[in-house]
Design a protein around this ligand. Sequence first.
Ligand code: SF4
Length: 229
Amino acid sequence: MTNHPNGAIRQRDGMTYAVVTRMPAGIVTPDDLEKIATAGRKYKVPMLKITSGQRIALVGLQPEDVAKVVDDLGPLAKPETAPCVKFVQSCLGTEMCKYGNQDSIGLARTVDGLFKDLTFPAKIKIGISGCPRCCGESHTRDIGIMGTNRGWTVLFGGNAGTRPRFADVIARNLSAEEALDCARRLVEYYQNHAKPHERTARFMERVGMETLKSDLLAFLPYIQIEKVS
Ligand code: SF4
């Protein structure tokens, strides 16, 4: 199924496309919603769908309207021409949830800012959770970051697809700065060593934790390697 040059996703009917918005942490402003609603009416979009990645998909676009919709939405619909971060989802965290240990929304926004312009061997999905109840689905995302009452836990290599995989726990009890540095180094390692189209789950199955430890984790001062599980 060939996608549109703007990164729009070709639909089952083989003729129409879906444009999916960028909405880091699932946060949306009234102006964003008005832009999406205006495009929906202007181009007679048959369906607006909230996705599992906390974004909004404009579904059923005619091919000739895709570029115009992307243009009208501006930064909300940045064209995707190579594998990249598809979304950074976040739970409510300490902003809103009584169980929150850490500020998941704030960290998700920072992670999006760090990674949004990077390309990868395959798409990357990121889930940030403010406590171990893990409403941000951190265990089944390529990169997961989960808050606890002792800091942040970083996870890598998760996937919820047809071959689901729980992410490996890379480090625990990190500060926000350490968690961000760890995530950045993990994606750099993945960029440099993964095969084309190899998702992080399959990459970790092929490379293994022992190699990751000796190649990368042993050099990160905030990781006590004997505690890596
Ligand atoms: S993961 Fe924890 S902090 Fe986040 S929404 Fe769920 S219960 Fe609340």
